[in-house]
Ligand binder design. Sequence first.
Ligand code: ZN
Length: 280
Amino acid sequence: MSDRVRVGDVEIITLLDLDAPPREPAQFYPDVPPESWDKYKEYLDENGKFRTNFCGFVVVTPNENILVDTGYGPGPHAAFDNAKGAYIDNLKKVGLTPDDINTVINTHLHGDHIGWNINDEDGTAKPRFPNARYIIPQKDWDYFTGPDAAPERAAAVQKHVAPLTSTGRLEIVDGEYRVTPEIVTLPSPGHTPGHQCAAITSKGEKGIIVGDLFHNPVQVEQPDWNVGADIDKEKARESRMSLMNRFADEGFKVAAPHIVFNQNIGVVIKGEGKKYWQAL
Ligand SMILES: [Zn+2]
């Protein structure tokens, strides 16, 4: 199991930001009865708790360094014992600095995917990645700056995205949007209205960074299980079901930011009458 994978000429490398404390599965999947987990204990820890990490990815192509999601941010995060995010430290460990980043893609505008977009440590908000363009989904921008967004979600977007509007570096996109010759955004609505995956094709190989299409390998087997944070639960299920089939049928290498670090890059296998996750 690895923190990285090669897709043709492209490499996807996981950047761990935060390791969250274990929680009761029902906190994450409020609609799933506790006994439904009995068949899936392998996806919980030894105490029957649900584990998640907060990660982003750097995608290294022959011509660009691209971040897909920027984690929860520097913190300290009160909800996680004042833990601090390690995203930039881990970027440096792979030999890159913020100046080296050409493009940032946010799969969606929840706070745990946009946390390092902005540097406001000296009191002035500016792009954390000064040479990058930032690509965000139009429908998320509209939703989280509109009347229906939960106040804390709207506040996160004001803090971590809105300062980009005056920089000329923000690209607000809809539909499939060509980012580089290898990378295209793929709409996958439900978790949020504009949720987008980052799909990669290189030398006939396929990879994808899935954002919050799913949060745990259990949802490969049970794509109809929603997390509490899925805004449109039915659309989220539809996006998961159709994409899980594509991942299996077309041999995608799949990178998921909330699966536990080092188990979060894998493939979807079809067999024994089901689909399941196999970490690479
Ligand atoms: Zn998330």
